[in-house]
Design a protein. Sequence first.
Lengths: 218, 218
Amino acid sequence: MSPSSKSIPRQIGLIEDHQDYRRVLQQAINSSPHLICQHAASSVEAFLAETATTPKMEVILLDLNLPGIHGVAGIPMLFQRFPDTRILVLTVYDHKPVVLEALAAGASGYLLKADRLDTILRGIDEALSGGAPLNSHIARMILTTFNAVRPAAPEIDLTDREREILSLLAKGLIKKEIADQLSVSYHTVDTHVRNIYGKLKVHNLSGAVAKAIQLGLA
Amino acid sequence: MSPSSKSIPRQIGLIEDHQDYRRVLQQAINSSPHLICQHAASSVEAFLAETATTPKMEVILLDLNLPGIHGVAGIPMLFQRFPDTRILVLTVYDHKPVVLEALAAGASGYLLKADRLDTILRGIDEALSGGAPLNSHIARMILTTFNAVRPAAPEIDLTDREREILSLLAKGLIKKEIADQLSVSYHTVDTHVRNIYGKLKVHNLSGAVAKAIQLGLA
DNA sequence: CATTCTCTCGCGTGTTCTCGCGATGGAAAT
DNA sequence: ATTTCCATCGCGAGAACACGCGAGAGAATG
């Protein structure tokens, strides 16, 4: 795991408003021979000011509950300053909306302060190697919302042709255009659409398209 | 982390066709005082036969590339036999479709054989405590597909009213029904829909609904 | 060999949509 | 105070759709 001792240490940033915890973390990072943490701030604003001339920042550990700019809001700002950095959220928050927002904003991982220091250091290494370290409870949260999105499709079996037509409809084509594209008559497309209505229990195109997309059929 | 020595060890199952690796794993599990692995099989079939009278199985480590029934297909079978078990996939496969299938089937975690033994043991503990241990590269894969669903919405700002109407359209309502439900005239709904068309650059309801859903606007 | 499924095609009628070309009033911003 | 945005409402013409009621051909199943 540990890289060769000759390599330049990787620059790690730290944004955390609790002074004690920040110092502990910084020390832990700096005690890793392949990592270095020169910039540890207590807010996003302070961090950006402090690193105004810093060329590179490989990983940023980011708390969310910060004075001034909230961590989630800070993510895009940090990316603007350091486009290639990997941001790891490190917080006590484990509420689903916050987690999803942070990850949607581009965070490369989500660790909790309940995690042990070595877990956090391992997380940094994983982020450096292209991984996305997630606290396992956070991972579980993500998986459940992930599976909630596809509620075990209620066994709707459309034919290939029906699926094909449905996906063209979802692109905004009208029946006549679909007929042309498939080289069949308007009536054929119309019949397929009727059959789709029956199977999806809808009565118009928009309903069919909506249902198809939501069920992952198109 | 380690529970008190008085507690009954947790029953761990193991399904892995490589004999050597299976034995190493079993030994590692059994060297944990709070875990016990009495059933280690080389296929799903063998495991189910072997545990026919076993009352409880808290965690099952499951390889995917197995003789006979494939691991992913085995997941529902294992759940049928042990409804409350937590299944952790442990394999070399890291191809997205397989990963997503396994997780959709209900796996509580996904570890790679490249992970260290102590990582795997920690994964078992995390699963026992309600977490979902994910190899960080697998986690990254999940996050990217997660974010791919919402491809950084291209700054489409619909008004609240437009969004409202859009979501009703996505339920299959026709304009007149929407007008009634919102207690406005048909023409009002029609005007809103026209404005939506302009903003989404579409020319019919199904296209608008499709785009809205795909962009997460409805 | 009969049945079932799927894809294909046709017509007519009433309904719904699309869009051009308007308008008014209120709220917010400049 | 003027502009801008938003929500509201109106009409009419032509296009597109929904649906009832058909049909034939080929493939698969039994």
